[in-house]
Design a protein around this ligand. Structure first.
Ligand code: ATP
Length: 360
């Protein structure tokens, strides 16, 4: 029998991306080897290094090349520090839009001894990814934010029935594999039309999932309850901006941004592993970045591709990665300093790889 085969892109991104993406690939390679999963890795330039080498932060042909792949790892993008030239675009919104990656799946899990504010936190926030308040992605031309006079700024928020329904459906699918509870987070008390439409669509989609219970919480109440009682939530679905803020808050509960993974998914063609955090230029090049978020994002991609494509070795590889990660996180010498460890990026990566390689 020939080994299962996946084509996966490697896009380091900027700053700590050059450290945590190679760490993720090393871990994935070890897991793939154990499960006879053949991966055709395709490294591609993106971000600041691509600007230097190809005169564009997203070189021509990138989208076409990615469209022939099963998934890709996108390291954090530090676009705020790009030179102000037309070739230095932010690739994020383009990638999310082009591949219709409308659901950003962001889990939050606490591990003992890492400085989490609560024990036994295990929830998933599914953030709508392509519309909402984010002006860089909610219009096809122009910008969703404008300044008619020097003293007035208007920001437009886009909510559509189709966009709300499809992210709700993605969240229901996830809820179905967990505790069969889904919480819609919104503010329809104020955004009667926008959030109102989002919630209406959640309830419509709920009819397709009679085995899942849907409830709803107003966003400000949710923000408070997330701090006090995060164990009361399992799967959460929300609009783009609320999801952006709440997933950082959730990361803060369990040790900080290094503990915040994410997977962007859409209509089933391609998955993008992308950590929640940014490129952390303050710690780049020091070898101390926490690789967990990026490695776990990569693991989620293999698990998703495995289930989605029926590739059992990818599911097995993801399970090995999970055990390896848990092993490294349990030992202070093999986890990074931001999560109460004494190790560095390499120590943690090596420990995960070693745990995978020594699995029985
Ligand atoms: P963005 O807006 O692009 O998401 P940000 O302004 O939220 O970025 P980040 O780059 O995410 O900023 O990082 C904020 C701080 O969190 C960093 O300066 C760094 O100290 C810390 N941090 C982020 N990611 C990690 C990581 N993987 N490991 C350790 N520390 C991290």
């Amino acid at each position: 029998m020939t080994a299962a085969h996946l084509v996966i892109g490697i896009l380091n991104g900027d700053d700590i991306g050059h450290e945590i993406v190679p760490a993720s690939v090393a871990v994935a390679r070890a897991a793939a080897a154990r499960h006879d999963l053949r991966i055709d890795w395709r490294a591609m330039p993106i971000g600041r290094t691509a600007l230097d080498s190809h005169n564009s932060t997203m070189p021509a042909g990138t989208l076409e090349a990615l469209s022939r792949m099963d998934g890709f790892i996108l390291g954090p993008i530090g676009h705020r520090d790009y030179p102000k030239v037309p070739q230095a675009i932010n690739p994020h919104p383009i990638l999310r839009k082009h591949f219709n990656l409308f659901a950003n799946v962001r889990p939050t899990r606490s591990f003992p001894g890492l400085g989490a504010l609560h024990e036994s936190v295990d929830l998933v926030i599914v953030r709508e990814n392509n519309e909402g308040f984010q002006p860089d992605r909610n219009v096809v031309a122009g910008c969703g934010e404008f300044r008619p006079t020097e003293d007035v700024t208007i920001s437009v928020r886009v909510i559509t029935r189709a966009g709300s329904a499809r992210v709700a459906r993605a969240a229901f699918e996830i809820a179905r594999t967990r505790s069969k509870r889904l919480t819609a987070v919104h503010k329809n008390t104020v955004f009667k039309l926008g959030c109102g439409m989002f919630v209406e669509e959640c309830y419509k989609v709920a009819k397709e999932f009679p085995d899942v219970t849907l409830d709803e919480v107003i966003v400000d109440t949710f923000a408070m309850r997330l701090v006090r009682d995060p164990q009361s939530f399992d799967v959460v679905v929300t609009t783009n901006m609320f999801g952006d803020i709440l997933t950082d808050e959730a990361a803060g509960l369990v040790g900080g941004l290094g503990m915040a993974p994410g997977l962007c998914i859409g209509e089933g063609n391609i998955a993008m592993a992308q950590a929640t955090h940014g490129s952390a230029p303050d710690i780049a090049g020091k070898g101390i970045a926490n690789p967990y978020a990026m490695i776990e994002s990569t693991r989620m991609m293999f698990e998703w591709l495995g289930h989605n494509r029926g590739i059992e070795p990818a599911v097995g590889a993801a399970a090995s990665m999970k055990r390896g990660i848990e092993h490294a996180l349990a030992d202070p010498t093999t986890r990074t300093r931001d999560i109460r460890g004494t190790g560095d990026t390499n120590d943690m990566t090596r420990a995960i790889v070693a745990a995978i390689e020594s699995e029985k």
